[in-house]
Design a binder for this molecule. Structure first.
Ligand SMILES: [Zn+2]
Length: 108
């Protein structure tokens, strides 16, 4: 099973971002609004990881990391299917990898 990627938006200044915080990283306003993202985005950068940083991730290596520009305007680092390239349109959701919830993107 997979679930939607969430992001946050600051009402006063309109800034959007991925990591959950209690205040806006741009203007400092409190109580950002958390929303579900559509999962649609475009690949901004791709990295192939041959040497996993932790033992549980070694089982998955080599794997693909992507920076994705989500259509809502935030950017996030995520796992992706092999063969993704810069500029590819992708669709993402939260999946469980090595026992943890991780954003994962496939070609749209
Ligand atoms: Zn703000």
């Amino acid at each position: 099973m997979s679930e939607a990627i969430s992001y946050q938006r600051c009402a006063p200044c309109g800034h959007v971002w991925y990591f959950v915080r209690s205040f806006c990283p741009k203007c400092g306003a409190r109580e950002p609004v958390t929303s579900r993202a559509s999962g649609a985005g475009v690949v901004h950068a791709v990295t192939i990881v041959d040497r996993a940083p932790t033992p549980d991730m070694k089982a998955l290596a080599p794997y693909t990391l992507v920076m994705v520009d989500a259509e809502e305007g935030f950017r996030l680092m995520a796992h992706g299917e092999p063969g993704l390239a810069i500029g590819d349109r992708v669709a993402g959701s939260i999946v469980e990898l090595a026992g943890r919830p991780i954003p994962f993107f496939k070609r749209a």
